[in-house]
Write a protein that binds this ligand. Structure first.
Ligand code: ADP
Ligand code: ZN
Ligand code: ZN
Length: 725
């Protein structure tokens, strides 16, 4: 066996390769996945060893040794994870160091970080029991701690606060030999029985349970409230009973206290929770518990995907269509797609759950790549809500709401029920629209709608790049009624408060709920089941269970109907289904009111009359005709600069360098949200029918791009399988 004296190290620098270092002379054993401290310029950086070799492109005498081996050379990431991350940096074409270090908890990205050991338990020794039998004497606090331990072993937190010097007291007791410590025993899972499954649930559970030992991608496609979570719980039971671990991934705003409570009480264990809102210490503890196998269940958001879990037996990804599974900056990976890759690598099942599956997953299910499990009815037998479409052209509106909507809100509140008023503000392109006749700009060259770039007063086609002046009056009816769709709703919260005095108006959006405790307080208020108005964005559409809500009003969805982003209709359908799913989840039937200038739009008709599946099938056909994902493959070359022309000229040169082949480069064009933070964002679309051809051409292109001098004046990045334009 060769000695492999050269270490290939991933370092946190934005360069597209690994760095070679010499292994230390001392002959210390280093495993792949171990942390090292390596000299880099004048600094020392923490890196991960991802390979060992005897050859380097750098002459041997110029190679530097690593400064230090951390964690005693123990691998932090197992071989499977290192291979998964290697696949990621090749597929997403992102700097290896950035990719691999994103898999570490922040505390371990610094040399001083250490892997915490298991929590300790403290218990009385026989001497301690004897001491307790005697009077406290001059040490009442010690005695008090001994008696606290007389009820059984305790962890440190259980003893905290016994006197202000409790750590010293504890140390003294151990010194005396009255108390001893040991690793905390792993709590035995105490399962609570769940409800009897309804037939669709039973069928899904049986079918997936039969395939627990092997890779398989299972799409659990069930309307909101159909009991998908119950299915997850039933699948976790046998996995945990076999001593395996499970990973449950949820969208960013899906990680609610309600959800955690449900897993905790039903499975009788404490899940390790991993998300970006934790302190570095909490995150490290959860990560270490998962890595050591102590934590049987990990629940987390996107980044939890890379948690080392030595006995991983199943991955469950809830709300698989949710866009928060795609990281939108830096290492732009899709946690859903990589999770499928991880399951394949480990030969374990993965369950993708949604009431409104993405077109990608539906097409994989239709082609037989995924197994399709449908839950068609609500588990509680509550009926699905009734729809009511209101034509905005035929009615006057008050702060965006029609008289009919307002009256219905009033009646609902009078009956003592709760109402959601849903605004769809984020994530859609601004569209210039006539509030009088419904006119909106479309491209003369393409079958596409124009996007309004307000700051420069122009309309853009995001397919061919053509542009023109935004008109001031409606070209069709000459009315002075052109407005950006979705505008005029800002004052909604205030206006509703005035209109319904005495009724609490609770706002749920990112600004409001990012303040600590606000979300919990508001949810508490909703749970009181007294009449109230919930006003909010996307955040309201997901995860929460609002039993008192019987009416949902969707103020306006027209931006989505005419968006330049080809995914806008898919997202609109998902969003409408999801918000509607909040209405009438219990005994009382729900109603959903949808206001639009375009009640006759094919998309709306399909969605409301035939349901999401038929709607999705229609969207898929459209994508097939246009060669758009999932019928084709895309990558974006994104560039941003203070001045648009700088980004544009870089992209123009980049387009000229794009290698010839099946895949083509289109653009440059401005991003739908062009100006962000004082910078102009533009992109090229790389599109073609073959994934492998796309990757081949992009891989040939990237080294050329890195040589372009104009690339130094912009921030640029490649986005594989982009989700946003
Ligand atoms: P989903 O995850 O599909 O939205 P949940 O699993 O949260 O659905 O189920 C919705 C509601 O129905 C919950 O209150 C849950 O406790 C209840 N439920 C789920 N399955 C059953 C069942 N088989 N019998 C009775 N109630 C059920
Ligand atoms: Zn008009
Ligand atoms: Zn066009």
């Amino acid at each position: 066996m060769s000695s492999h004296r050269i270490l290939q190290v991933a370092l946190p620098v934005p360069l597209p390769h690994l760095f070679d270092y010499l292994a230390p002379q001392s002959g210390e054993v280093i495993a792949q996945g171990a942390r090292v401290l390596a000299p880099f310029g004048r600094r020392e950086l923490v890196g991960i060893v991802v390979g060992m070799t005897d050859e380097s492109e750098i002459p041997y005498e110029r190679l530097l040794p690593v400064s230090r081996i951390l964690d005693g050379g123990e691998p932090l990431l197992d071989n499977n994870l290192v291979e998964l991350l290697r696949w990621c940096w090749k597929y997403y074409k992102h700097a290896p160091g950035d990719v691999i270090l994103s898999a570490l908890p922040p505390a371990l990205r610094k040399a001083a970080g250490e892997i915490p050991g298991p929590a300790l338990h403290f218990r009385l020794t026989n001497d301690g029991i004897a001491r307790l039998a005697q009077p406290p004497g001059r040490a009442p606090i010690q005695h008090c701690m001994l008696s606290a331990l007389a009820d059984g072993p305790q962890c440190a937190e259980g003893l905290a606060g016994i006197g202000s010097q409790w750590r010293k007291t504890l140390a003294a007791l151990m010194e005396q030999g009255w108390v001893e410590s040991g690793p905390a025993p792993v709590a035995e899972a105490k399962l609570m029985p769940g409800p009897e499954l309804i037939p669709d649930q039973q069928e899904a559970v049986s079918a997936i349970s039969a395939k627990l030992g092997v890779f398989g991608c299972h799409l659990l496609d069930g309307v909101t409230g159909s009991g998908k979570t119950e299915v997850y719980l039933r699948l976790l039971e046998p996995i945990l009973a076999q001593g395996k671990q499970a990973l449950v991934l949820v969208p960013e705003i899906g990680l609610t206290p309600q959800l955690l409570r449900r897993f905790r009480t039903r499975l009788g264990l404490e899940p390790a929770v991993i998300h970006s809102g934790l302190s570095a210490g909490e995150r490290l503890d959860a990560w270490a518990a998962a890595r050591s196998g102590r934590a049987a269940l990990v629940i987390g958001t996107r980044s939890a995907l890379f948690t080392p879990m030595p006995r991983l037996g199943i991955i469950i990804l809830d709300e698989e269509h949710d866009s928060s599974f795609k990281q939108q900056d830096g290492f732009r990976y899709s946690a859903r797609d990589v999770a499928v890759k991880r399951a394949l690598q480990l030969d374990i099942p993965i369950v993708l759950g949604s009431a409104t599956p993405s077109l990608e997953s539906l097409s994989n299910a239709a082609s037989g790549k995924y197994t399709w499990h449908r839950l068609r009815e609500r588990a509680t037998r509550a009926s699905l809500p009734a729809w009511r479409v209101l034509d905005l052209r035929q009615q006057n509106t008050f702060f965006g709401l029609t008289a009919i909507a307002l009256n219905t809100i009033g009646e609902t509140l009078n009956r003592g029920e709760q109402v959601i008023v849903f605004l769809n503000r984020r994530g859609y392109a601004p569209v210039l629209m006539c509030q009088q006749c419904g006119w909106h700009g479309s491209c003369e060259r393409c079958d596409a709608h124009l996007t309004w770039h307000r700051s420069i007063g122009r309309l853009f086609c995001h397919h061919c790049g053509s542009q023109r002046h935004a008109p001031r009056l409606c070209p069709d009816c000459r009315a002075d009624a052109l407005m950006g769709a979705g505008e005029g709703t800002q004052q909604l919260e205030e206006s509703l408060g005035k209109r319904f005095p005495g009724i609490p108006v609770l706002r749920f959006d990112r600004d409001q709920t990012s303040r600590k405790g606000v979300m919990t307080d508001q949810l508490e208020q909703v749970r009181k089941a007294e009449p109230c108005l919930l006003v909010g964005t996307q955040m309201l559409a997901k995860g929460h269970h609002f039993p008192g809500v019987t009416l949902v009003v969707i103020v306006n969805i027209d931006q989505a109907l005419y968006s330049a982003d080809f995914r806008a209709l898919e997202r609109m359908g998902q969003m409408i289904q999801q918000v509607a799913g909040r209405a009438g989840r219990m005994e009382k039937a729900g109603t959903v009111i949808l206001q639009t200038l375009h009640p006759e739009h094919t998309a709306l008709e399909l969605l409301l009359n035939q349901g999401y599946e038929a709607y999705a099938r229609w969207l898929l056909e459209e994508r097939q005709l246009a060669g758009l994902p999932p019928a084709g493959y895309q990558a974006l070359l994104r560039a941003e600069a203070h001045e648009r022309s700088v980004a544009e000229s870089f992209l123009q040169q980049a387009a000229q360098l794009f290698p010839r082949g099946e895949t083509r480069a289109y653009g440059p064009m401005p991003a739908i949200m062009e100006r962000v933070g004082g910078r102009s964002r533009m992109y090229l679309v790389i599109q073609g029918a073959s994934r492998s051809a796309l990757h081949r051409q992009v891989d040939r292109w990237l080294p050329e791009l890195r040589k372009l001098p104009s690339g130094r004046k912009v921030r640029w990045a490649i986005d594989i399988d982009p989700q946003e334009l």
